[in-house]
Design a protein around this ligand. Structure first.
Ligand code: CAA
Length: 591
């Protein structure tokens, strides 16, 4: 028989503890929350009130339900108030000595059959369990911030946990409306083990001034559909917690990628702990407020004036090229695209007509706009027809020799002062620039697929690109309703450099038999709000493309942890490339 807990203690009522208490009380459980001093109790009550009134404001709770919920949570500073709890969850700072000491006290205080749970993200649950007189009744219960919103709780069992305790706790997780993923005791469990390498990588990117914090975050939100960018997420998690989690992960993995970025330590030492203190990587309107306000690090817009652009040339006939043609023409630019044959010209025209027809049916464009857009598009097979373009965007095959030859030809043909842009996602933009006599006019413009839907464009100036060229491309992005981000000319720009090592890590986790494809995908979608888990995403992107990008990143950065996972190599060799071949990590042929 599954045990039904009715009274649960929460020790440590910070952001996580208060969130956990709210979730438990919302499902009718009686909760006792303990903080170490009155100020902590005050903060916790403030947090609970703000969070529940947010839920009321969003129609998730009625005012009466919110009041009843708050009434179910008793708060205080005395651990003895937990004496009759059937389960106590600790959510105190991520330090082993603090947690061990607390567990020793709880062990002495609570009835022998009470369950002790830790919300640790990375510390050893086994070590905590074996320090008590009831190791079989100790589990990890790892929640995600904000606990009232995120759907996942990782239930961590150690080698000594009684399976029935895991079942009881799983039942509780289900009862409070969350889904439990059971995981073994390894630093970071499933979600954090994948998330924190990515977060740390983003921090290093910011620390090295490769891109602004705003652009790093916007790139990941608009490029991958994540609900938050990595730096804003670090602020939400708490920079102190993030530091401790990375530190513990590094101690266990000795993977340099987990060594906390020095910048993180500086913020923690300065007491700038993120949203909860009103200042972290960003500055907030007040402690605990989600509202970001400008500060000294807010980027200042460049004063360079954009060059006039009316006519845009696009080279290529692939998905990317035809998407760019459509987007630019829709935004009022005259567009001439160059294909290698008349059949390809016709195919692109047909594709764009089809896309506009769909938009018309969905009421996204009017009949007149459709006709005007098509009227602005001309196809050609001759590069010479691009001579009077103000901006030429190439979207041909990712082959450096082909791109260099093309840039050299464009340099001869296109009028002086025109900008030449490459959509490359993996080749150095500077190589294209050096193939011309006008390197100052060459820039990277990395669009995302499908260009008609994805808002992001990574704008990549090289060391030679002129400021007004960047200003012009930013202006074109604005006019085409895209969100541009600026980054340096190195492999993967922002999105691929952050995304693919994370995907590769997921493959390595699978390879190590720590978790299944479904568990990992589930953990990342429910725990972190990603629109797709890593395996679902790789199957869509293509395993061959994933492998090629990961290889490029490894060749550029030579980071040992970024060596492509052998399993990825094997699947590609077997021809399992993802949805496009009917089989990748998952088999789609029988669905
Ligand atoms: N109770 C119930 N529902 C609530 C609520 C509450 N107290 N407060 C907010 N909500 C609901 C809102 O009604 C809203 O629901 P709908 O979408 O149905 O309207 C939803 O939660 C989102 O809330 P908001 O509108 O207030 O905020 P938002 O849309 O700006 O989203 C966010 C904020 C949920 C934080 C979102 O940005 C997100 O999912 N970010 C990713 C967070 C993440 O990755 N967390 C995991 C971090 S790792 C971790 O925590 C583990 C660790 O060990 C460090």
């Amino acid at each position: 028989m599954v045990r039904e807990f009715s009274k649960v203690g929460v020790v440590g009522m910070g952001t996580m503890g208060a969130g956990i208490a709210e979730v438990l009380a919302r499902s009718g459980l009686e909760v006792v929350g303990v903080e170490h001093d009155e100020a902590g109790v005050e903060r916790a009550r403030g947090h609970l009130e703000r969070s529940t009134s947010r839920a009321v404001g969003k129609g998730k709770l009625t005012p009466e339900e919110a009041e009843t919920l708050l009434g179910r949570i008793a708060t205080g500073t005395d651990l003895d108030a937990l004496a009759d709890c059937e389960l106590v969850i600790e959510a105190i700072p991520e330090r082993m000595e603090l947690k061990s000491e607390l567990f020793a006290r709880l062990d002495a205080l609570l009835p022998a059959d009470a369950v002790l749970a830790t919300n640790t993200s990375a510390l050893s649950v086994t070590e905590l369990a074996t320090g008590t007189s009831r190791p079989s009744k100790v589990v990890g219960l790892h929640w995600f911030n904000p606990a009232p919103v995120m759907g996942l709780v990782e239930v961590v069992r150690t080698v000594v946990t009684d399976p029935s305790v895991v079942e009881d706790v799983q039942a509780l997780v289900q009862r409070v409306g969350k889904t439990g993923a059971t995981a073994g005791d390894r630093a970071g469990f499933i979600a954090n083990a994948l998330l924190f390498g990515y977060l740390n990588n983003a921090l290093r990117m910011y620390e090295s001034k490769y891109a602004s914090r705003e652009d790093i975050d916007a790139a990941m939100r608009f490029g991958t559909g994540h609900p938050m960018g990595p730096l804003a997420l670090l602020d939400l998690i708490g920079l102190d917690s993030a530091y401790e989690i990375l530190e513990t992960m590094y101690t266990q993995s000795r993977d340099h990628r987990h060594a906390p970025a020095p910048l993180l330590k500086q913020y923690v030492s300065a007491g700038l702990l993120g949203r909860k203190t009103g200042r972290g990587l960003y500055t907030y309107a007040a402690p605990d407020s989600p509202e970001v306000v400008a500060d000294d690090s807010t980027p200042i817009a460049s004063s360079a004036s954009p060059r006039p652009v009316q006519r845009i040339g696009v080279i290529g006939t692939g998905t990317m090229a035809s998407g760019i043609v459509e987007v630019c023409a829709k935004s009022g630019y005259d567009v001439v695209f160059r294909a290698r044959g008349d059949d390809k010209v016709a195919a692109v025209q047909k594709k764009i007509e089809g896309s506009l027809d769909k938009a018309l049916q969905r009421g996204k464009v009017s009949e007149e706009d459709r006709a005007a857009t098509l009227g602005r598009i001309t196809g050609t097979t001759s590069l010479d027809d691009l001579a009077d373009c103000d901006l030429v965007i190439e979207a041909v095959v990712e082959d450096l020799a082909i791109k260099k030859a093309l840039f050299s030809a464009l340099d001869e043909i296109v009028k002086p002062g025109a900008i030449l842009a490459t959509t490359t996602s993996s080749l150095p933009v500077i190589e294209c620039a050096q193939a011309t006599s006008r390197p100052a006019d060459v820039v990277g413009m990395h669009w995302f697929n499908p260009a008609t839907l994805m808002k992001l464009v990574e704008v990549v100036p090289t060391v030679t690109t002129a400021d007004d060229v960047v200003a012009t491309v930013l202006e074109v992005c604005k006019k085409t309703k895209k969100h541009p981000v600026l980054c340096g000319d190195r492999a993967g720009f922002i999105v691929n450099a952050l995304l693919f090592p994370y995907l590769n890590d997921a493959v390595k986790m699978l390879e190590a038999h720590y978790a299944t494809i479904d568990d990992i995908d589930f953990a990342m979608t429910k725990g972190c709000g990603h629109p797709m888990g890593p395996f679902a995403l790789m199957d869509v992107v293509g395993l061959d493309v994933t492998l090629a990008i990961q290889r490029t990143l490894f060749e550029e950065f030579r980071e040992p942890g970024d060596v492509p996972a052998p399993m990825l190599e094997h699947l590609v060799r077997a021809g399992y490339l993802g949805r496009k071949t009917g089989r990748g990590f998952r088999d789609y042929s029988r669905r």
